[in-house]
Write a protein that binds this ligand. Structure first.
Ligand SMILES: Nc1ncnc2c1ncn2[C@@H]1O[C@H](COP(=O)(O)OP(=O)(O)OP(=O)(O)O)[C@@H](O)[C@H]1O
Length: 274
């Protein structure tokens, strides 16, 4: 399935005196995997949250396939949020539920009102939905853990379950906010490969916030670097070398990576949703 172009036009979000995202103008073609990098506080999370309208813009527009997303309300806004699957650093699985049910929760994006409550309470997913969930788990090498509680899985497995849940939502875009920041290198690789496979096999547009330049270079078609909410680099992975990083951020690539790792550790000590 191909997806239409995503256009951000002068997108801005201010929090008091801080411009978290400041006049970002960008066209993301259908099926592109865009890596977004930047120091802590550069505006990466806010940018993703603007795209699915979890955060409202102070100025500018989001346009998808020619439709002004910024103006959507009510049902149309809910449908847009269903079209944008979010993936979080902390996976956000329901730990005490089994893997299969966690994946099926992605289908709830297609239900509203009392139907949603019914499906949730009675676990009333259809046989077709269950088959879809099992096939997705199999594709990601997770079939044998389908009936285990989420809490028994490694971080890398949990994040791949979260990707399966995102796929069950049948989104057009995937917005992944630091999806590998809490993972060791082997698990991080497995998750990035799964994300890349979703992008390639399904033609899904992926926007992924990453702390490490080398990861963005290895997996993404294009890199966007932010600083204080502004785009300071937008181009091919090969064009962003150590010298360019030094010029943009005033630090070496190693310092950039070390600072990012420190900010991840700080984030892990903050309370998160289960
Ligand atoms: N809800 C909010 N209220 C006030 N300020 C906010 C809010 N959300 C973000 N900010 C501010 O906006 C700026 C950008 O934050 P954002 O979380 O988008 O950056 P980030 O690049 O994702 O950082 P990190 O890598 O640490 O997650 C920061 O100065 C932050 O303090």
């Amino acid at each position: 399935m191909t997806t239409p172009t995503l256009d951000l036009e002068g997108l801005t979000r201010r929090f008091g005196a801080t411009a978290a995202v400041d006049g970002v103008t960008l066209t993301v073609p259908a099926g592109q995997m865009l890596g977004i990098i930047g120091r802590s506080g550069a505006g990466k999370s806010t940018l993703l949250r603007l795209v699915n309208r979890l955060v409202e813009p102070s100025a500018g527009r989001i346009v998808y396939g020619g439709r002004d997303i910024t103006r959507l309300r009510g049902r149309a806004l809910r449908d847009w949020r269903r079209d944008c699957a979010m993936v979080f650093q902390q996976f956000n699985l329901v730990q005490r539920l089994d893997v299969l049910t966690n994946v099926l929760l992605g289908r709830l994006a297609h239900q509203h009102g009392w139907r949603r409550a019914l499906v949730l309470l009675a676990s009333a997913f259809t046989p077709a939905e269950r088959a879809m969930a099992l096939a997705t788990l199999e594709r990601f090498g997770l079939l044998e853990v389908a009936l285990q509680r989420a809490e028994t899985l490694s971080g890398g497995q949990q994040q791949r379950v979260a990707l399966c849940r995102a796929l069950l939502q049948q989104p057009r875009l995937v917005l992944a906010d630091e999806p590998i920041a809490s993972l060791d290198p082997a698990n991080a690789r497995a998750v990035m490969e799964a994300l890349r496979e979703m992008n390639r096999a399904r033609g899904l547009t992926v926007l992924v916030n990453l702390h490490h330049l080398d990861t963005a270079q290895a997996y993404c078609d294009r890199i966007l670097a932010l600083q204080a909410g502004r785009v300071v680099f937008d181009g091919s992975p090969g064009a962003l070398d150590a010298a360019r990083i030094g010029a943009i951020y005033g630090m070496s690539e190693e310092e950039f990576a070390a600072e990012s790792a420190a900010s991840v550790e700080a984030a892990q000590t903050r309370p998160t949703l289960a």
